[in-house]
Design a protein around this ligand. Structure first.
Ligand code: ADP
Ligand code: MG
Length: 252
């Protein structure tokens, strides 16, 4: 059997090292290098960039996937002309992720359908794409999970798990009442993240009425205190985007 040519050896090496993209683009990059009289270094940069680009892309996709967003709506899908109660510049500032650097929170407050979850998700997707560990969860599910963990004697581990995310999005606080025991679990999580990690909250309940969600004023205050100490509150008003077409049809 003829010994392998150097070219064949190189292809085998790339296969062995699982450098699939470099293998895929090898001929094209070698041709390009020769035609343009590139140095070896420049040719290698071009070749390795193919591998890096795909890996970055995969990494971003998996960061977004594990974050568990309810949908993949981004800021480009948000119509600021429909939702005029938000300051667009403030939302764009959130997208710079400056608030995460400063361990600050964001609260989207407003009635159903005004775009709270959409904006929270859009910020979360931006963070995940920048490789910030991000997780989206509905408040009710979060509490269920903490409660189950406590029953199974692994509350500490669960709290630690939710504390480690650089950005946690807790959606829909107040849609369902939370009993006192559950409120204590929620408080523990908020307390552990306080001043260490950023959290985005969405709620349809004014802060004054949080006593009713948590069914105890002292606990509600302790929770609110920590959430609001370093937070931007985005109060949103307007009619539901979900119903906008109904209203237009009716008024026409
Ligand atoms: P909320 O969480 O405030 O109840 P959502 O963010 O879930 O509301 O919004 C309801 C639906 O309407 C979603 O499909 C969302 O993408 C869409 N939506 C809301 N506001 C806007 C907007 N200003 N531009 C585009 N889509 C919007
Ligand atoms: Mg919502």
């Amino acid at each position: 059997m003829n010994p392998a040519t150097n070219y064949q050896q190189l292809v085998r090496n790339l296969e062995y090292l699982k450098l699939k993209q470099m293998n895929l683009h090898l001929n094209e990059v070698v041709d390009f290098g020769i035609q343009n009289q590139l140095s070896l270094i420049d040719t290698l940069i071009k070749l390795t960039n193919y591998e890096i680009d795909v890996r970055e892309q995969n990494m971003i996709q998996s960061m977004v996937k594990v974050a568990g967003f309810p949908h993949l709506k981004e800021i480009k899908d948000f119509d600021f002309t429909f939702q005029t109660s938000v300051n667009q510049q403030q939302i764009l500032d959130f997208l710079t992720l400056r608030f995460i650097e400063r361990n600050e929170n964001i609260v989207f407050l407003g009635p159903s359908g005004v775009g709270k979850t959409h904006l929270a998700t859009a910020i979360g997707i931006t963070a995940a794409k920048k490789r910030t560990s991000t997780y989206f969860i509905k408040c009710h599910d979060l509490i269920q999970n903490l409660r189950r963990a406590r029953l199974e004697n692994r509350l500490e581990a669960r709290l630690k798990h939710y504390t480690k995310y650089r950005l946690l999005i807790i959606d829909e606080i107040g849609y369902l009442p939370i009993d006192q025991e559950d409120a204590k679990l929620f408080f523990q999580l908020i307390d552990q993240r306080y001043e260490k990690r950023s959290t985005i909250f969405t709620t349809n309940v004014n802060f004054k009425a949080w006593d009713e969600i948590f069914q105890e004023a002292k606990l509600a205050n302790a929770i609110l205190d920590r959430i609001l100490h370093h937070a931007s509150v985005v109060a949103m008003v307007g009619s539901s985007y979900r119903l906008k077409d109904h209203f237009t049809t009716e008024s026409e």
